[in-house]
Design a protein. Structure first.
Length: 255
């Protein structure tokens, strides 16, 4: 008995020493921030994606955590569902966005053959609330474009490219005169203008080899508008002679 008691005492003492030497468990908060800095920023090819993850982690998830000291290895479905429920009380669409983010995080954090990967299927799904689209009648669109055309300070050509060609803002801002083919009555989308949410890190990204790189048929009445814009831009460039690198671009303006 004495020998067994002595062995038990030695074992208990050893466990206490090992526990003292163990590093502090990484919290969920610390892991998220480290994941953002070391994996998200280094692997992301889009400034908007990095900005989205930053907003989700620091502005949505961290302020809503039920327990900010919870170790990442102790995260379970109950904890994540409580987090999503808290976010959902503030905004249902934000909860849907947080749900999608957590699924990305879980897939990146755990291996498929571990039990922890079951979290992927155990968290409650939140979906974006569908809103009825606002559809303008042909008369309303005509009225909008007529008013834009009469206003010298408006962007009539940009509105027309969006409404008649279905172009996105970044695609319009990346257009050059050479992208228009008057003979074939087409426009080719070859680059896109991107920036992060704060308007910084602006850049023109080439679209070669992507689905966005495409040619479209466009209404012929846009070509006279294109000629008018070229004349307006020449006057603008005369006021800003140092901006010659942008002389081939369609959408210019003083900064």
């Amino acid at each position: 008995m004495r020998k067994e008691s002595k062995e038990m005492a030695v074992t208990a003492t050893t466990m206490k020493k090992e526990k003292r030497n163990e590093p502090a468990a990484t919290t969920f908060v610390n892991y998220l921030e480290s994941w953002y800095q070391n994996k998200c920023l280094s692997n992301s090819t889009s400034s908007s994606t990095a900005a989205y993850y930053y907003w989700m982690i620091f502005n949505v998830i961290e302020p809503s955590l039920p327990d900010k000291e919870r170790a990442v290895d102790d995260i379970d479905a109950e904890y994540l569902n409580a987090l999503l429920a808290c976010i959902n009380q503030k905004n249902e669409n934000t909860a849907a966005s947080a749900y999608r983010f957590l699924r990305v995080f879980i897939k990146d954090r755990f291996e498929p053959d571990t039990g922890d990967y079951e979290l992927f299927f155990q968290i409650k799904k939140y979906s974006v609330l569908e809103k009825d689209p606002v559809l303008y009648t042909p008369e309303q669109l005509t009225c909008l474009l007529s008013a834009a055309k009469k206003d010298n300070t408006s962007h009539y050509l940009e509105y027309a490219l969006a409404l008649y060609c279905g172009l996105k803002p970044g695609e319009i801002l990346g257009l050059k005169y050479s992208d228009f083919n008057r003979h074939e009555q087409t426009i080719t989308i070859q680059r896109i203008y991107t920036s992060n949410d704060s308007g910084k890190n602006c850049q023109l990204k080439k679209l070669e080899g992507t689905k966005q790189n495409r040619s479209l048929k466009i209404p012929f009445f846009l070509f006279p508008e294109l000629s008018t814009r070229r004349k307006e831009n020449r006057k603008l460039l005369a006021r800003y002679p140092s901006a010659t690198e942008y002389k081939s671009y369609l959408c210019l303006g003083p900064t």
